[in-house]
Design a protein around this ligand. Structure first.
Ligand code: FMN
Length: 229
């Protein structure tokens, strides 16, 4: 059982982190969800605050600590490294923000809970592939994992863990057993000896074309698109 914590004040984060450990959690995930709306606040200040929180919590607990981050940092690899240095044993990619929508008749701002789909996996997949081997933290992917092929992709990118929410909410807890069964069959069929053998095999460091994860690939994508009938 992994506890997940989303706090507001530094004191609160530490207090509840300790409570979650005392309650018997095997690990703790800090959900760092702060949306900056103040033009005076710099990214450096926010990143320093994030690392301060991680360091404070890490000092007070002995169970492994994961940090769930959002994908909107200008220099994500640097932030990932700072968080790992501050004590994060794992990084969870990514927080999925629910975007507010406008009701143009009532003039209200609301939003619906929409489930993810497998295409949403592409964002954390890319970043796991880029971060693999570059930070001293295990990687987990959350967002867009719906079937065993998504799990295989996540592992190949370099994730050690995949988290599944939408699929379970939409189709029930039984899906987890089915995905595990499908995964075992796929691994057998493709003659992998272990999951470890798969992990990171398609990370940026290990693929034949590392630029595929960078902007250079944009040109290729557009060329492919123009050939589509
Ligand atoms: C109903 C619901 C409640 C959620 N509550 C939390 C939460 O309390 N803390 C958190 O970090 N993420 C929360 N999430 C986000 C999920 O943990 C997950 O990161 C996100 O849904 C993306 O994964 P998915 O594509 O499998 O849905 C929630 C998601 C849903 C659908």
């Amino acid at each position: 059982m992994i506890g997940s914590l989303n706090g507001i004040s530094p004191g609160g984060w530490v207090k509840y982190a300790k409570k979650i450990q005392q309650a018997g959690a095997a690990a703790l995930e800090l959900n760092l969800y702060f949306l900056s709306t103040d033009p005076n606040v710099t990214s450096e200040t926010l990143e320093r605050n994030y690392c301060y929180l991680v360091r404070m919590v890490k000092q007070e607990i002995s169970i492994p600590l994961a940090v769930k981050v959002h994908p909107f940092f200008t220099a994500l690899p640097n932030v990932a490294r700072q968080l790992a240095d501050a004590g994060a044993d794992g990084l969870v990619l990514f927080n999925r923000f629910y975007q507010p929508d406008f009701n143009i008749n009532e003039l209200t701002v609301d939003g619906d809970l929409t489930y993810s789909n497998s295409k949403d996996l592409l964002l954390p997949l890319r970043w796991a592939a880029i971060l693999h081997g570059q930070v001293k933290a295990d990687l987990a992917i959350t967002t867009g994992v719906h079937n065993h092929e998504d799990v295989v992709k996540a592992m190949m990118a370099g994730a050690k863990v995949t988290c599944i929410a939408s699929e379970v909410l939409a189709r029930g807890l039984g899906r987890l057993g089915q995905i595990e069964k499908d995964l075992a069959a796929w691994i057998d069929e493709h003659e992998y000896e272990s999951v470890q053998q798969m992990q990171g095999s398609m990370s940026q460091k290990n693929v034949a074309e590392p630029a595929a994860f960078e902007r250079a690939n944009y040109i290729k994508v557009l060329q492919n698109w123009s050939e589509t009938p």
